[in-house]
Ligand binder design. Structure first.
Ligand code: FE2
Ligand code: FE2
Length: 184
C-alpha cells in the first residue's frame, strides 16, 4: 500500500545529494572513467573484428555498432560535462581482457570460416554483456545519486547495448551456428 504520494516521478526521486556521499560519488566518477576507456578501446578494437568476419550480416551488425560505440564515447563526454569533470579515461582491465580474448579467437580460427564468425559473435556478446552490466549498474547509481540527466544518457546507451547483443544472438541462432556445424 502506498503511504505517500509526492506527484513527482518516484523513479527519479533523489534519495541523496552529491554533497551527501562523497565516497559514492567518487566511485561513480571512477566507474564512468573506466567505461570511457572501455568505449574508446572498442572504437579501436571493433574494426579488427569487422576485417576478420565473413558473413555480411555479421559485418553489417558490427559496423553499425561501431558507429553507435563512437556515440557512446560522446555520451560519456556529455556525462563528464554534467558532472563538472574533465573527460578522463581510466584503464579498464576487464575490457582489455575481453578484447584480447576476441583477438585470440580470431588467431586460432581459419579466415573465411563460419566457425571464426561464431567465435567473433561469442566474444562480442561477452563484450556487450559487460557493457550492459556496467550501464545498468551506473544507471541505477545515477538515480540513487539524484543525477537524473546523467541517468537518462546512460539509459540511451544501455538500450543500444541490449539491441546489439540481441542482434548478434539472432545472427548466430538463425544462420551462422548452422553453417559452422557443417564445416570440417
Ligand atoms: Fe558501448
Ligand atoms: Fe556495445
Amino acid at each position: 500500500m502506498k503511504t505517500k504520494e509526492t506527484g513527482s516521478d518516484p523513479k527519479f526521486a533523489s534519495k541523496t545529494t552529491q554533497q551527501d556521499s562523497p565516497a559514492l560519488n567518487e566511485l561513480f566518477k571512477d566507474s564512468i572513467a573506466d567505461l570511457y576507456w572501455a568505449e574508446n578501446h572498442l572504437v579501436k578494437s571493433l574494426p579488427k573484428m569487422i576485417s576478420a568476419a565473413t558473413a555480411p550480416e555479421l559485418i553489417n551488425a558490427i559496423e553499425s555498432h561501431l558507429e553507435e560505440t563512437k556515440n557512446h564515447v560522446v555520451r560519456l563526454e556529455q556525462i563528464f560535462e554534467l558532472l563538472g569533470e574533465k573527460a578522463i579515461a581510466k584503464k579498464c582491465d576487464a575490457m582489455e581482457g575481453l578484447t584480447k580474448e576476441a583477438e585470440g579467437i580470431v588467431e586460432s580460427t581459419e579466415p573465411g570460416t563460419a566457425t571464426r564468425d561464431v567465435g567473433i559473435i561469442l566474444a562480442s556478446q561477452k563484450v556487450e554483456h559487460y557493457e550492459i552490466a556496467s550501464y545498468n549498474g551506473l544507471y541505477q547509481l545515477a538515480i540513487t545519486l539524484g543525477l537524473k540527466d546523467v541517468a537518462e544518457i546512460l539509459e540511451q546507451t544501455l538500450a543500444e547495448e541490449k539491441l546489439a547483443d540481441n542482434k548478434l544472438g539472432d545472427i548466430a541462432e538463425n544462420e551462422i551456428n548452422y553453417k559452422a556445424a557443417e564445416e570440417a
